[in-house]
Design a protein around this ligand. Sequence first.
Ligand code: G3P
Length: 237
Amino acid sequence: MPEKKPLIVINFKTYAQATGRAAETLAKIADMVSKMEKVPIIVAVQPTDIYRIAKSTSVPVFAQHIDPVAYGSNTGWILPEAAVDAGAVGTLINHSEKKLELDVIEKTIKKAKELKLQTICCAADSEQAKSVAQFNPDYVAVEPPELIGGNISISTAQPELIEDAVRKVKSASITTKLLVGAGVKTKEDIDIAMKLGAYGVLLASGVTKAKDQKRAIQSLIIGEDKLPKEKKKEEKT
Ligand code: G3P
């Protein structure tokens, strides 16, 4: 049986290397590698970058957050309709850097569904993953906050969390798929997650901060050992 391809979601956060023009460049790279390697990639970008990226690439663009507000008097909030209009096809919500209350999560997922926006709802552990999975987002992404941005991945540090989250999400929703994230930087990290039942990964610094972002994405998919050695670049700290 052919290996199942992972879904790779790259969260651009607010890294300088993934903001504005640099965000557009990175999204084009992600688009190209996705097509080249035939692996699905999604980019989660700042609201101010949705339009330029959706206009200039065919990579699926997600907002990093939306608010469950309607047209009207909501200064500074992110109107879901505006995200759709700018070209977003989905949204992250409840990232550990943008936590939401459970009732807000429910409302936001409901609103996103009405607009046919896909949803990735983040969770810090498997219990939280189960709680948010009951709202049937398309994906729940489990990320232990203490591993985010570091060099030790969820796959190596907490494989049992992945297994537990797979079970708990399944028990709460028959449609929601599990992504895992935090410290994911290698193909091995992804392979472990997939073997344990994840559908894909959510990651950021391994790609955004790499000196050679194209190589970093390729390496996630085909493995560092399969890439030409001479092009190897150091990562920024
Ligand atoms: O949203 C992905 C993120 O929180 C994980 O970050 O840098 O550990 O891949 P990173």
